[in-house]
Design a protein around this ligand. Structure first.
Ligand code: ADP
Ligand code: MG
Length: 703
């Protein structure tokens, strides 16, 4: 399948331009002209029913009339003609249809889009688009698009869901000196999607980094799989992070999940490196396309200025690669390339006296020393040094170093001469930036790439003790009652079936039963209203904790009942739950949503009644391995609370991670049934003492 996409869309030996025109200004003219101007070496066939030749090339009335084989068709005819053209292209055996024409699903014309996809499928043709700018490839001298020229030559490949942005990045590639081999406009993704192109470009010898601009993905799991299987770095910028998921908010999790969070989780789990904005996408792409990953935490900084050194140190900490002092042998060697008042620690400050030689010698040593995992070289323009000479010295060191698999990134701060040095370095394969922070962030991307590989290699091992049958029975019963919202008792039965520890309880239907059950469970107890119509029990005055004796149990029974009736007079009340009172613990939340793109997705965070205020939560697409779960626990702002602060014993993170894992299995296993769920709060005890879920909520999918 990749082969068809490769020859049909990215490396065709022949292209028909369907709708080719001799009138400047028309897209059919521009695309043909661009193909010619880009010096495409394959055969070009202009297709136009009324012209004999266009721009000096023989034209045909239809692709069917072309004598030879055709690999690709760039289609620019009006939307209403595309169905017929697709049919003809299919009959002709054309593998790839680059449908530039707009006027399909993006304006609500879903039917026509479905028809062209169906037709293409019948003949085994693949469609890129519709509603795209086209495809540009430097390796194949092919500008099959209406973007004005091929991008600056390089090894990155951009797949963009925005056509306008693709054209802008094409032009910006020259000013920003970020080289691309391919630019692919993906448009409506009626057939070929991100996943297809990623798999294809992962096998492309001219691509070293895959850069994505994403607005929205349809099949999240397919996308994740393609990214996980890719060996090349993938970097993504996701836009549109505002209102996603806001519609479904019956649970705490539903109200806290947003596109940024869910996409961010999916990216992390699939080994995708994230860009925070457009500039960042360019800067990180540059480093990822030119340098190997940073396979360890030891970052060394060499500088000639203390100021940029400190700025870089701050940035390194912010970006997750905090500096460590270099070992003595590294320091001893560095001292040979600096004056007495220099510093050999980290950053290595060669001082303003540093000339080309000191830079060259220290860079070469650092690259070859086993302690160093990545090297950032900072330069501040001085009156005594020539930036371009320094740049050339750095390059000499890189060439002379025996180690070739270690990343190096440069920052040169100064004026025109420094800018020229940056340009020279870029042309010679060394990422270079005009600020220390950006250089560090680019190195951080290379570190993230190495870490991403480890994450992706992790395998999820489900526990073998799940009781799906019991869970389904509980769900079936609620559905028979015509309910989508489960009571706490039912939700806990499902949780227990997946090995999640919950508080034990008994449902009392009378005051006498309440007392009897409280005795059985043992004081103190908690009593709660059980009604499918009262989701937030405390709001209805439906929870009483720390009930210590028979009299209090009797009173609580009556008060809760009265409160509930007061809150909702016609509420269907199942009874009053008498529950063991769990000892105090750190309150956290586990929850899930069934995301439209990625399916069952879970949340962990600091919980309790303040969860919506604190918003200290993190997400993962299900399933979640125990190791990923531990990373989740460390990711929230409140992580130190779990680690044990202010004399508190550390919390039982292992038991918590185990619960995250089980919960993630549960929502995946029951993805056809459960829409949203929460365990809030979950109480986490001291290390070794486990956890307890004291409240549970499950909302079923509408059927
Ligand atoms: P809701 O969230 O519907 O208002 P909960 O069952 O979460 O109701 O109860 C409200 C609060 O009471 C909880 O956040 C928790 O602090 C406390 N609580 C509830 N059940 C127990 C229990 N079994 N043991 C200890 N505390 C409990
Ligand atoms: Mg609760």
């Amino acid at each position: 399948m990749n082969n068809d996409i490769m020859t049909g869309l990215f490396k065709p030996k022949s292209i028909a331009v369907v709708g080719a025109s001799a009138t400047p200004g028309k897209i059919g003219y521009t695309v043909l002209k661009n193909l010619i101007d880009s010096q495409y070496t394959g055969k070009i066939y202009p297709i136009n029913p009324t012209a004999d030749e266009i721009l000096g090339i023989k034209a045909y009335a239809s692709v069917m009339d072309v004598p030879g084989e055709i690999d690709a068709a760039a289609i620019t005819v009006p939307a209403k003609l595309t169905l017929q053209v697709t049919e003809e292209c299919g009959k002709k055996g054309i593998k790839g249809l680059i449908i530039i024409t707009s006027g399909f699903s993006e304006v609500g014309n879903h039917e026509l889009e479905e028809q062209i996809v169906e037709t293409a499928k019948r003949y085994g043709s693949r469609i890129l688009g519709p509603n795209i700018v086209g495809v540009l490839s430097n390796a194949d001298h092919m500008n099959a698009s209406f973007a004005p020229f091929l991008p600056m030559v390089g090894k990155a490949a951009l797949i963009s869901q925005s056509g306008a942005l693709l054209i802008a990045m094409d032009a910006a590639s020259y000013t920003r000196k970020v080289g691309f081999d391919k630019l692919v406009s993906i448009g409506n993704m009626s057939d070929v999607d991100f996943a297809d192109i990623i798999s294809c470009l992962n096998d492309d010898e001219n691509t070293s980094c895959i850069t994505l601009y994403i607005e929205g993905i349809r099949d999240g799991r397919k996308f994740m799989d393609a990214c996980k299987n890719a060996t090349k770095p993938i970097i993504a910028l996701k836009s549109g992070t505002s209102s996603h998921g806001a519609a479904a908010a019956a649970s705490h999790t539903g109200s806290l999940a947003g596109a940024a969070k869910v996409y961010g989780a999916a990216f992390k789990q699939s080994g995708i490196i994230q860009a925070s904005d457009l500039n960042n996408l360019f800067d990180r792409t540059q480093a990822l396309s030119l340098q190997p990953p940073m396979n360890g935490d030891n970052l060394l900084i060499i500088t000639n200025g203390g100021g940029v050194g400190v700025l870089a140190t701050d940035a390194a900490e912010r970006d997750g690669i905090p500096l460590k002092f270099a070992p003595k042998e590294v320091q001893d060697e560095m001292k040979k390339h600096m004056p007495e008042f220099g510093s050999a620690k980290n950053p290595v400050d060669l001082t303003g006296m540093a000339g080309t030689e000191w830079y060259t010698e220290s860079v070469q040593f650092a690259l070859d020393h086993s302690w160093v995992d990545g090297l950032v070289v900072l330069y501040c323009e001085t009156a005594m040094t020539n930036p371009i000479e320094i740049a050339k010295g750095i390059k000499r060191a890189v060439d002379a170093a025996k180690t070739k698999d270690k990343p190096i990134v440069v920052s040169a701060v100064g004026g025109e001469k420094s800018d020229a040095a940056i340009q020279w370095l870029l042309e010679n394969g060394i990422p270079a930036y005009n600020s220390p922070e950006v250089a560090i962030n680019a190195m951080a991307a290379l570190r993230e790439q190495a870490k991403a590989k480890i994450t992706v290699a992790e395998k999820f091992k489900p526990y073998g003790d799940y009781d799906k049958e019991t869970a389904l029975k509980v769900i079936k019963k609620a559905r028979e009652d015509g309910r989508e919202s489960l009571t706490e008792i039912e939700a806990k039965q499902i949780f227990e079936a997946y090995g999640l520890p919950t508080t034990k309880g008994l449902l009392a239907k009378s005051e006498a039963e309440a007392v009897e059950f409280a005795k059985k469970i043992g004081y103190p107890v908690v009593m709660k209203i059980v009604s499918p119509e009262i989701l937030h029990k405390s709001d209805a005055g439906g929870v009483k904790v720390n009930i210590k004796d028979d009299a209090a149990a009797r009173e609580a029974y009556n008060v809760i009942l009265a409160n509930a009736k007061n809150y909702k007079s016609d509420a269907n009340i199942h009874g009053i739950l008498v529950q063991e009172m769990a000892p105090w613990g750190t309150e956290v939340i586990l929850g899930s949503i069934n995301d439209a793109t990625f399916g069952p997705t879970m949340m962990f965070g600091l919980g309790g009644i303040f969860v919506e205020v604190l918003k200290d939560v993190t997400f993962r697409v299900s399933p979640v391995s125990e190791n990923q779960a531990l990373i989740m626990l460390d990711e929230i702002r409140g992580a130190p609370i779990l680690a044990g602060v202010r004399g508190e014993a550390p919390r039982d993170k292992e038991a918590m991670a185990n619960a995250v894992c089980r919960y993630s299995s549960m929502i995946l296993d029951l993805k056809d049934e459960i829409s949203e769920s929460d365990a809030n709060p979950v109480l986490v005890y001291e290390k070794g003492k486990g956890i307890k879920i004291v409240d549970a909520r499950v909302i079923l999918k509408k059927k």
